[in-house]
Design a binder for this molecule. Structure first.
Ligand code: FMN
Length: 161
């Protein structure tokens, strides 16, 4: 993979299409997803909200990315965002065998179980026989000044394929 003068990840022939399913309540996760997409040149990336996605959407693309903020869904802290929680429950019978998947979690350091959404997503992928291809990206606290971390992770993601 090549990097442009600005460090932007350029086209990697191993990646033709990336499908991203995400859950975001106040827009933080969506910002991270948009930053990632705009950092890639020559990669066809599509995003879909978890509340609009079907289990079959998990099979789309050469690579899948699951992204969710951490919530206290159902009571205890450290859970998936309610929309992602509902989506993975809906997809309980999906077979992700051989699927390359990357995971993004968001959280806030004021919570004891910080950014646990990433752990839940990794567990979901493993339980359905998918392959998590990079350590998850965890964005703690507001993402606005963390674009550099997102872009770096995105470049590494393409390189690891
Ligand atoms: C009701 C609620 C519960 C939350 N619970 C947690 C939590 O248990 N652990 C954590 O790290 N962050 C928690 N957060 C923080 C969010 O994960 C964080 O603000 C995130 O950036 C929100 O992203 P979003 O706007 O994409 O949903 C919680 C936020 C809310 C509103």
């Amino acid at each position: 993979m090549n990097l442009s003068a600005t460090g932007t990840a350029l086209y990697n022939p191993a990646v033709q299409t990336v499908h991203i399913i995400y859950a975001s309540t106040s827009g933080h996760t969506e910002h991270v997803v948009d930053t990632l997409i705009s950092s890639w040149k020559g990669v066809h990336a599509q995003k879909k909200r978890a509340e609009q996605a079907t289990p079959e959407d998990l099979l789309q693309g050469d690579m899948l990315i699951l992204a969710s903020s951490t919530w206290n869904t159902g009571g205890p802290e450290g859970q998936l965002n309610p929309h992602m929680h509902a989506f993975v429950a809906k997809a309980k019978d999906i077979d992700l065998k051989g699927k390359k998947v990357a995971v993004i979690g968001l959280g806030d350091s004021r919570y004891r179980y910080t950014c646990r959404a990433a752990d839940h997503l990794v567990h979901f992928v493993a339980a359905h026989k998918g392959k998590v291809i990079e350590p998850p990206l965890c964005i703690i606290n507001e993402p606005w000044d963390q674009d550099g971390i997102v872009k770096e992770w995105g470049a590494q993601l393409l390189k690891s394929l």
